[in-house]
Design a protein around this ligand. Sequence first.
Ligand code: FAD
Length: 459
Amino acid sequence: MTGLRDDAMGGELRSLLTGDVLTRETAGYDDARRVFNAMIDRHPALIVQCEDRTDVAVSVAFARDHGLEVAVRGGGHSVAGLALTDGLVIDLRRMNDVSVDPVARTATVGGGAIMADLDRACTAHGLATTGGRVSTTGVGGFVLGGGTGWLDRLFGLACDNLLEAEVVTAGGEVVRAAPDSHPDLFWALHGGGGNFGVVTSMVLRLHPLPASTFGLLLWQPERGPELVRAFRDLIENGPDELGGGVIFLTGPAGEDFVPAALVGQLALAIVLVYAGTETELRRVAGPLFDAAPAGQYVAELPYDELQSAMDDPPGYRNYWSAEHLHALPDEAADAFCAGAADMLVPSASQHVLFSMGGAIARGPADHPVPWRRASWVVHPFGLWTDAADDERGIRWTRAVRAAVRPWSTGDVYLNFIGDEGRERVVSGFGADGYARLAAVKARYDPANMFHRNHNVRPA
Ligand code: FAD
């Protein structure tokens, strides 16, 4: 019966759209409902493959009229599977055009573009903006949640580069959010996520990037405490052009630069990304190159290639969390390193410490991203294949958080976590930020239609 009802609704909606509507009976449905996290297995009644803003507005009205829960899908990277619902999915992936204005140094980006679409278009002009560290992440979910990347210490958070957006509201209205048009909504899109409507396109600020260099240096994990200190000192005293992270991971097979002793074993990696040449990186990060890496890959790469150097395929079971640190004293560095011991190895999991500071910290103080003040973020990123490892993987992630909590700011970047309860949502925006977002929510989505997100309830 449910299938028949869904097919009837699908037929009705299809007749109103340029794009397609998929139901359980339609070819391609299973592919279309798949998201990055293989733990998520939901069967939407309708998946609307929107072609343009009108399709989005029609879908919003249809969902409202038929009492269907709505989810908005960009890159599908949300660890909690927020891009899916049992009701109607507004799938934006066909709306992935990116056009670059090299003179104004801006990119106009479709609401369903992924990082690869954006980075490719920018690289062609020697331009770049802060992007996610994996090329398949959706630009929409990434920017609206804040957005951190390899060059955020130089270019700021992704949302700091958001200049305007086109939004389909819960009422089906298409509005332009910019400093001179719906400024309250514009403010809310700087970290408030998908709470306020469907962003069908956005304009991002770009920056010149004549050269970019990627480095991945490997050591035995026992050298963690010494090298985390070295990396910390380098970043805290180094130029904004230098970014990166410490990542405990399983040494990958099939890469010439990975010594045999680390393949399939816990390894310590330091990723260095530099907005400049290889020669400059080797000079700036000299102490790490001098620390006798067991293996290394260093190359000046076009920005789009650099951005996909650490890509992970979809299909793993995922559980992640994060803790933002106000400082990284030696004890915190040691606690971070100790956390690697219980990571699932071998697996695709990563035990991550990302640098912050620089332009992130100098960004607008009033945006609802209080975590921008943190100096470091510890991000246990659990990825594995076997459901039998779920309990262990999740326990590890939580234990890492607990171990570094003494140095926590108390804020959290919500794009780095799943559903961890109301308190964590509020701490993602800050209490003042949450209250202000709730007022904006009441204006643009009073019935909380867009609640498949880190949800702000209307005031
Ligand atoms: P989706 O699951 O499609 O959507 C996530 C949320 O955003 C949903 O609530 C959705 O409704 C909303 N949304 C998406 N697009 C729109 C839109 N156009 N309009 C309105 N709402 C929208 N984050 C970082 O900051 N830096 C990183 O380096 C980074 N690396 C990552 C690497 C991997 C492998 C993965 C899986 C995630 C990574 N993330 C990173 C986290 C990522 O930023 C979030 O998962 C983000 O939500 C992904 O956006 P999406 O569009 O792909 O996700």
